[in-house]
Design a protein around this ligand. Structure first.
Ligand code: IFM
Length: 435
């Protein structure tokens, strides 16, 4: 059963929110993704300007009030505020501080991610996360950013999906730095943990009651391609323990270890034991694994429409029960959980609403079991730049016309607003009954 970890600041009441990241919304000409292979002109433009959020910040923040959400998760783009090693762009940082203050004034809890996939380009070629120097640079940036933000911000996320950017950047080679080297990947992850520990201590140096610090962890519901295959079952066990539980175990024990037969058997202390006030869970899909005895390098992974809900525009299977499964696994962390991302790429609003409804119901089932969940954030406020897939997938509650950059509400934004309104009214009523 989950240990109740008190009420971290900013998470005392359930937060209904939406999430974005700086690079996906506003781009940056100063980060590693700008140098990553570009598919076409639209892709290049989106990496420089995102979906024009910089010029429309206030207009976009007003959408949050229309939605009636309690919270907004956004990130600070490291490469904007530190354009060159040792420099600090005060105007860029002031913009993020202003966003946080505007949100606070509007009664919306700002939830700030300090690292969401991107590194400044001045780090490229000098060091990646496999080098401890990157963690030191990150701490220098985070210290200043937190100092600027802390009057308005009570909830910080140090890293978004470290398991994704390390696996994709150092094993799959499909995200910067585009390597395929498990040894570097191990060191990169260890340094991310060490950087988290340092930022956690720094944020709490003025007292624990001021802020809550977490990570946003990507979790997948892994299933064997064939229920009758012992090898597939074995691959699922390894994938679950490494991809889903590795981070949770590391926060529990303070030691990062990877034990994947034929690949790696390593461990190292990283100093993060108990340095987590909440665990963010990003959940999107179930994934099938097939292990062939002839392919010792790793299992084949794929999505398949096994329950008849169809695949999303990113080719992912819609599997609401997976959210229940990963939330139960996440509860083993012993800290409160926040669903920091859940969403789907669909141009068809009815399908987007069906996904939303089923996942929200799944989350409520887990809450009723007694798992301590303190918030739910839909990914994303509006259509934006989707990393490896460019502008094609439509994750937004608001539809963006990429020519005119006009934002348009959708049936899904109205549905979410109604859901939030009803839930908040229900929670308020039950609070006043028990008061
Ligand atoms: O768009 C991404 C986000 O940046 C991180 N989590 C998954 C989302 C959808 O792929």
């Amino acid at each position: 059963m989950q240990r109740r970890a008190g009420h971290p600041p900013g998470l005392r009441k359930f937060l209904w929110g939406v999430a974005t990241s700086a690079f996906q919304m506003e781009g940056s000409s100063r980060c590693d993704w700008t140098h990553w292979s570009v598919r076409d002109e639209a892709d290049r433009k989106a990496r420089l300007n995102g979906v024009g959020h910089l010029a429309r910040t206030e207009e976009d923040l007003a959408l949050l009030t229309d939605l009636g959400v309690d919270a907004y998760r956004f990130s600070v783009e490291w490469s904007r505020v530190v354009p060159r090693r040792g420099d600090w762009d005060r105007r860029e940082m002031d913009r993020y501080v202003r966003i946080a203050s505007l949100l606070r004034e509007a009664g919306i809890e700002p939830v700030v991610t300090l690292h969401h996939f991107t590194n400044p380009s001045w780090l490229v070629g000098r060091a990646g996360w496999e080098d401890p120097a990157t963690a030191e640079e990150f701490l220098r940036y985070a210290e200043r950013a937190v100092r600027c933000l802390r009057d308005a911000v009570r909830v910080f996320i140090t890293f978004n999906e470290p398991n994704v950017f390390v696996a994709a950047g150092y094993l799959g080679g499909v995200m910067p730095p585009g390597r395929r080297c498990a040894r570097d990947g191990f060191d990169a992850f260890a340094n991310v943990f060490r950087a988290h520990a340092a930022v956690y201590d720094m944020i709490h140096s003025r007292g624990r009651e001021r802020a809550a610090v977490g990570v946003a962890h990507n979790m997948v519901s892994f299933q064997p391609a064939s229920r009758n295959s012992a090898l597939d079952g074995w691959a699922v066990k390894i994938a679950h323990s490494f991809y889903n539980m590795g981070l949770i175990e590391t926060f529990r024990t303070g030691t990062f270890s990877v034990r994947v037969p034929f690949l790696m058997d390593e461990e190292t202390p990283v100093g993060v034991r108990d340095k987590l006030d909440f665990l963010g869970v990003n959940y999107y899909f179930r994934m099938f694994l097939r292990m062939s005895p002839l392919k010792l390098k790793g299992p084949e992974y794929f999505w398949e429409d096994r329950d008849g809900r169809g695949l999303t525009e990113t080719g992912w299977e819609i599997y609401p029960k997976g959210l229940e499964d990963v939330l139960r696994s996440a509860s083993l962390s012993g800290v409160p959980i926040v669903v920091t991302e859940n969403g789907t790429a669909e141009t068809d609003d009815a399908r987007k609403i069906a996904y939303m409804k089923e996942h929200l119901r799944a989350m409520h089932r887990v809450i009723r079991e007694g798992v301590d969940i303190r918030g739910y954030f839909w990914w994303s406020l509006m259509d934006n730049y989707e990393w490896l897939e460019g502008l094609r997938p439509r994750f937004g509650l608001y539809r963006v016309d990429f020519e005119t950059l006009e934002r348009r509400p959708t049936a899904a934004s109205s549905y979410f607003a109604r859901w939030v309104r009803r839930r908040k009214a229900r929670d308020d009523a039950s609070r006043s009954r028990t008061a």
